[in-house]
Design a protein around this ligand. Structure first.
Ligand SMILES: Cc1cc2nc3c(=O)[nH]c(=O)nc-3n(C[C@H](O)[C@H](O)[C@H](O)COP(=O)(O)O)c2cc1C
Length: 199
């Protein structure tokens, strides 16, 4: 059985026009390795980093997160939920849970009903964790042929949706990073004014 940490993928999006690249963490969990949900998560991320030894540290440092869950009995897999419940360790962080982090949600079922129900659950969990689910979430029906014999994604429609999800994540990451920088600037100006520093 694949445990949550083993099936966690993390990746960094390539830097764009000299900007610092945001850290995007992908999280998945399925009962067997190389499941469609995991394949699709890996496709969504540009590169898969070495196995994350510290899921919590990766999520703490993340600028954005992508979660892909298989649909088990029309719900999020126990492994993904178990991994997400470790986020309780971040409850007292300055950025508690996934506060302010853009979140991409992908759900994979052997039919639309389970996939869409699971996608809704992932988005609700995201709100509970104070993340910002992107407008587009992706429901994948793995009853359709999606992957070739080597596990590569061949479905152009899903590939297009993954591109759009990545685009929305990057936009939201820019907005949240700008917001954090602007709050930090305001706080430092307020501190300087309180100390009576000359401006
Ligand atoms: C324990 C278990 C329960 C499942 N329950 C459902 C279900 O209720 N509805 C459905 O459409 N597919 C169900 N599936 C099939 C998976 O959703 C399907 O395999 C899908 O591709 C995503 O999972 P995977 O990435 O592990 O393959 C179930 C699979 C397992 C192993």
């Amino acid at each position: 059985m694949t445990d949550a940490t083993r099936s966690t993928a993390s990746a960094t999006f390539a830097s764009r026009s000299g900007q610092m690249a945001p850290l995007v963490v992908g999280l998945g969990g399925a009962v067997y390795p190389d499941s469609p949900a995991e394949r699709i998560l890996r496709h969504c991320l540009e590169a898969r980093a070495a196995r994350a030894g510290g899921l919590i540290e990766a999520l703490r440092a993340a600028d954005a997160v992508v979660i892909a869950s298989p649909s088990y009995h029309s719900g999020v897999s126990g492994m993904v939920k178990n991994a997400l419940d470790y986020l309780e360790d971040l409850r007292d962080d300055p950025r508690a849970y996934l506060d302010g982090r853009p979140l991409g949600c992908i759900a994979c079922g052997y039919g639309w009903q389970a996939a869409t129900a699971t996608l809704g659950q992932l988005r609700s969990i995201g709100y509970a964790l104070r993340a910002w689910p992107t407008p587009l979430g992706i429901a994948v029906n793995s009853a359709w042929p999606l992957l070739d014999g080597t596990g590569r994604l061949t479905d152009a429609d899903i590939a297009g949706q993954l591109d759009e999800l990545a685009r929305q994540l990057m936009i939201a990451t820019d907005v949240t990073a700008w917001n954090r920088r602007s709050r930090a600037d305001t706080a430092s100006r307020t501190d300087a004014a309180a100390r009576g520093d000359a401006t």
